[in-house]
Design a protein around this ligand. Structure first.
Ligand SMILES: Nc1nc2c(ncn2[C@@H]2O[C@H](COP(=O)(O)OP(=O)(O)OP(=O)(O)O)[C@@H](O)[C@H]2O)c(=O)[nH]1
Ligand SMILES: [Mg+2]
Length: 259
């Protein structure tokens, strides 16, 4: 089964080679890594490029120019993965908050589920204990109270960014629908998936604080999250299983060649 791990990067020069090596060290058969870099000033894109020689045929890099944002980076990456023929698509951060060791378990669970979420808020899941209490509280409040109750979802970690998708789930979602660009993108994707009646499993993870590099969280990204949750609820209020996209059309835009 062809598996593609999609990692968006912005200034992750300290992490990109290590996270790639850790993923290939898992020895998951037919694993591919796709880095979607937004022209990082710190040279992440060049480092990713140089890794193609180390993992011939299995390392993919998309360089976006003049564009920023997690959401559109992921949509670009997902389309690439679908066009490439991946059967399973994993999404994760570059900074080791999402630890590669969970990937095999998530892939195994995809046999029974359409989406598997690495979750901080199911029993056994944990946040980095180095976080101060107020940061834990804020994260819990935003996720468990603001988003979860408001959207009336069964998913415990709605803002999670560590996920494994079946190809057919990403096809059925209709990626053209998705509007968010900041980290609320994660909420929108999970919400659509649940409304469309796909089977979702959350497996507990330990969410580690990033140890290298710096955060890209901005006030704009946070504000988008606050208002977009309302928009998400309104836009998708009538969405049902019947609204799954049946025939996926390949994206077919320019895809960089793979050596
Ligand atoms: N391509 C792309 N990737 C991004 C962008 N913003 C963030 N990322 C990547 O998305 C992932 C998550 O971003 P982080 O900065 O770790 O966000 P966070 O986990 O909320 O913040 P930290 O507490 O610093 O870890 C990382 O791999 C980033 O490099 C962007 O605009 N474009
Ligand atoms: Mg992070």
């Amino acid at each position: 089964m062809c598996v593609m791990v999609v990692i968006p990067t912005y200034n992750e020069a300290d992490n990109v080679a290590d996270i790639t090596a850790a993923l290939f060290a898992l020895r998951v058969p037919d694993l591919h890594v796709l880095i979607v870099d937004d022209d990082s000033p710190d040279g992440t894109g060049e480092i990713a490029e140089s890794l193609r020689a180390r993992y011939p045929g299995h390392m993919h890099v998309i360089h976006r120019h003049g564009q920023r944002g997690l959401g559109t980076a992921y949509i670009t990456g997902f389309r690439y993965a679908l066009d490439f023929g991946a059967e399973a698509i994993v999404q994760m951060d570059a900074d080791f908050s999402h630890q590669p060791r969970y990937v095999p378990e998530m892939l195994a669970a995809l046999r029974e589920y359409d989406l598997v979420i690495g979750s901080r808020y199911v029993p056994g899941g944990r946040l980095d204990e180095r976080w101060p209490w107020w940061r834990k509280f804020l994260s819990w409040w935003a996720n468990s109270i603001y988003v979860r109750l408001f959207l009336d979802t069964h998913v415990r970690d709605v803002t999670a960014g560590f996920k494994a998708w079946r190809r057919t789930t990403l096809e059925g979602i209709d990626l053209d629908r998705v509007r968010s660009n900041g980290y609320v993108f994660q909420v929108e994707m999970t919400y659509i998936t649940e409304k469309l009646g796909y089977r979702i499993l959350e497996i507990p993870i330990y969410f580690r604080e990033r140890s290298d590099g710096s955060s890209k969280m901005t006030t704009g990204v946070k504000l988008e999250a606050v208002w977009r949750v309302w928009q998400i609820r309104w836009r998708y209020r009538h969405l049902r299983r019947e609204d799954r996209l049946i025939s996926y059309r390949p994206w077919g835009k320019h895809i960089p060649p793979v050596e």
